[in-house]
Design a protein. Structure first.
Length: 284
């Protein structure tokens, strides 16, 4: 059974890395930190591994012990204050994979989301009917309640695109994903119309990659590139498969995927041509 968890956000993970580095620079063990503060060693371990969000007084105690300059203290406090509270996700934590929960938390803090999908509609653009049908196909043994939980999670994720500070979302979808019948023809017409409606959002761009584009650098792989503002100032590549999910932060891998995305963007149909294509699918 999947255990309950509190998914780390991108900012909490960055904060964990920074605090660990500061402790090591001071050549302090966790035992020594515990002896010089009232911070429990288990709590410190959870903070440094991104498994716990520190309270402000705990963070201040660590910053004082590590003699951190005031400018740096302000940056680290910002990381804590701006970390997203995904309390709603805890309701479903026993029924989803930990990597998926972590991805949702990263997605919620991203400034930009660039995604390529060769066989499926991207999650943030799925209708409830498409998500429900897809979930039943992927997990035929799930109960009705568990299926509906996953539909609800997807619905909550999509609220991200309606926020005042919504991320820049750019999706490139292979024509195969739009033509693959996931459910009835009516469901797929509804799905095409829904993507078309999402394209009216000011931060959403969608391009279809037609069959005529031929071979390309990401032919056998879907991926997401998440970009973050300061004070995180980094990108993360997320790759999901049937067997595992990976978060990749090596610079060469990020460059490989961003380069592939730029190639796809160049050979895909324009957003205007994509809108015409989706309108045709919605009518057909």
């Amino acid at each position: 059974m999947t255990r309950q968890f509190r998914p780390p956000t991108a900012r909490i993970r960055r904060l964990a890395v920074e605090l660990t580095a500061l402790r090591q620079q001071r050549r302090l063990s966790r035992d020594e930190v515990t002896n010089r503060t009232d911070i429990n060693q288990v709590t410190l371990y959870r903070i440094e591994t991104g498994r716990a969000r520190p309270q402000l007084r705990t963070l201040n105690a660590l910053l004082e012990l590590y003699e951190v300059p005031e400018q740096k203290r302000g940056l680290l406090r910002r990381l804590l204050q701006e970390s997203t509270n995904l309390s709603w996700l805890q309701k479903y934590s026993s029924g989803i994979q930990e990597a998926y929960g972590t991805y949702i938390s990263f997605e919620a803090e991203a400034y930009s989301i660039r995604t390529f999908e060769p066989v499926l509609i991207p999650g943030l653009l799925q209708t409830e009917a498409y998500t429900r049908t897809l979930t039943k196909a992927f997990h035929p043994k799930l109960s009705v309640e568990a299926v509906e939980d996953r539909v609800e999670i997807r619905k909550r994720r999509k609220e991200l695109l309606l926020k005042d500070d919504a991320p820049q979302f750019w999706a490139i979808i292979d024509e195969a994903a739009l033509r693959r019948a996931v459910g009835s023809p009516d469901l797929m017409r509804e799905q095409a119309a829904y993507i078309l409606a999402c394209m009216d959002y000011p931060t959403v761009t969608v391009q279809v990659l037609p069959f005529a584009a031929g071979a390309h650098p990401a032919l056998a792989s879907s991926f997401v590139v998440l970009g973050f503002r300061e004070p995180i100032a980094a990108e993360v590549v997320y790759i999901e498969s049937l067997a595992s999910s990976l978060f990749l932060e090596e610079q060469d891998i990020i460059e490989q995927h961003t380069s592939a995305f730029e190639h796809l963007r160049a050979v895909a149909s324009s957003p205007a041509a994509t809108a015409d294509f989706l309108a045709t699918l919605a009518r057909s």
